[in-house]
Design a protein around this ligand. Structure first.
Ligand code: PHE
Length: 447
């Protein structure tokens, strides 16, 4: 099977596509408000340290497991030890839950991009525009469909011709747009207070809550524990330096998150005359508050359009990684060919996305343990299943196959500089941290 398996054509192709997966809505919308909520600079510092230690160890583990096994998550664990195939099943099930609702949100981003391009950001800035839109039946489904079709077409073109090609175009454009909008935002009058607020550490915020919030965000932001990194690792050229590549993906992911904060926090400060409480709006920040912010600025429609194009690129490169991971499961496990696999998944995803999309309108009466349908899927995957899958992956690596497998794989393509750090993290610290995230996020979600 492995001889006909396609892969990335180069190390840079791997880095950009993997960074494309990691950089997503989590970086642009979630990171800035978490940073603002948990004391700016303190959160940044803790996040950075965790990226270089915990995030590094988990990401290198998944990529190396994938490259060594030469298959996606569904077979990867069983490849080393048949008894542990179930971890592969669990891990592969997670993108199956995430992909449909991620496309619903991708559809909302597509709508906002269309609105800005039509010069109507002022209308989008009104209070009930967002709830009015997501409460409708046909329109959100239409945009979900557009987003899903684009994702499907890219993945149908394969790893090299689709994913790699699109990522090598979208990721650099995303960075340029992000830098452009950040410079515009921080040079508005009154923005400096926001920059200071974002960057200044405050001692009182160094605590366990900030630590756990940063840890949870890191986990999601790096697309860990859903089989993506294992799948992409299996597409990585054997001779590419694994540690260096993972370090570059981390830089990309953290750099984009940092810049997104630099764009959003000062912009909100300018708009609200230094009142930071708006940042605490959390999830509604991006769709409700930012259009108001843009509307208050010069070139509102232009800025809005550039911003939502950038968010759309980030969301698309993440959604293609989700779909590719599912396609790889069908190809590796059921020996399906790419095009039939892609078509089958398109229809399954569409069917599964409909309840999430309708959950704010026609089906808004339905709640599952207090969550709307989309929020329930989000909670189930991010707060419950992903920590469990990550915990099992750590234990499997550290105590079943032993970390040497990872070390050998990394060393087969270059020097392993942070080997001791990796060993301590995977054996002791990472499993404990993950249990803490699991407890924290379940309590927070249910609380
Ligand atoms: N890592 C992505 C982000 O930061 C999230 C993601 C979720 C990516 C699911 C792929 C799949 O937004």
């Amino acid at each position: 099977m492995s001889h006909e398996r396609s892969g990335f054509s180069s190390r840079i192709g791997f880095v950009l596509a993997t960074a494309g997966s990691a950089v997503g809505l989590g970086n642009i919308w979630r990171f800035p408000y978490l940073a603002a909520k948990y004391g700016g600079g303190s959160f940044l510092l803790i996040y950075l340290i965790l990226t270089l230690t915990f995030g590094f160890a988990l990401m290198i583990t998944e990529v190396a497991l994938g490259r060594r096994a030469g298959t996606s998550a569904i077979n990867a664990f069983g490849h080393f030890n048949k008894k542990y195939t179930f971890i592969g099943y669990l891990t592969s099930f997670i993108p199956f839950i995430i992909f449909p609702y991620y496309c619903v949100i991708g559809g909302w981003v597509t709508k906002y991009m269309a609105v800005s391009l039509q010069g109507q950001i002022h209308a989008a800035a009104s209070d009930d525009f967002f709830t009015g839109f997501i409460g409708k039946t046909e329109e959100p489904i239409l945009y979900l469909l557009i987003f899903l079709v684009i994702t499907t077409i890219i993945v149908a073109f394969g790893v090299k011709g689709g994913i790699e090609r699109v990522s090598t175009f979208m990721m650099p454009v995303l960075i340029v747009l992000l830098i452009g909008v950040s410079i515009f935002c921080i040079t508005r009058p009154g923005a400096l207070a926001g920059v200071v607020y974002y960057l200044k550490p405050s001692l009182k915020d160094f605590g366990p809550t900030t630590f756990l919030a940063a840890l949870g965000q890191l986990f999601y932001s790096m697309s860990l524990a859903m089989g993506i990194m294992i799948t992409f690792g299996s597409y990585m050229p054997k001779k590419s330096d694994l540690e260096k590549s993972v370090a570059q993906v981390e830089c990309f992911d953290t750099g984009v998150a940092f810049l997104a904060g630099l764009m959003i926090v000062p912009a909100v400060f300018v708009f609200s005359n230094g009142d930071s409480s708006m940042l605490a709006k959390g999830p509604s920040l991006m769709f409700v508050m930012l259009p108001k912010v843009f509307d208050s600025m010069a070139f509102s429609n232009g800025i809005g359009a550039v911003f939502f194009i950038l968010v759309l690129f980030a969301a698309l490169t993440s959604s293609i990684s989700l779909l590719e991971t599912l396609v790889a499961v069908l190809m590796d496990k059921f020996h399906m060919r790419r095009i039939p696999a892609v078509i089958l998944l398109f229809f399954i995803a569409l069917l599964m996305a409909l309840p999430s999309s309708l959950g704010y309108g026609a089906l808004s009466g339905i709640t599952i343990i207090g969550f709307s349908i989309l929020d329930f899927f989000d909670f189930l995957s991010n707060s419950v299943l992903m920590p469990i899958a990550a915990f099992l992956t750590c234990i499997f690596t550290a105590y079943v196959i032993k970390p040497d497998v990872i070390v050998n794989e990394v060393e087969s393509s270059g020097k392993f500089h942070r080997k001791s750090l990796f060993l301590v993290m995977i054996k002791y610290i990472a499993p404990l941290c993950i249990i803490a995230i699991l407890i924290f996020s379940v309590l927070e979600g249910l609380g």
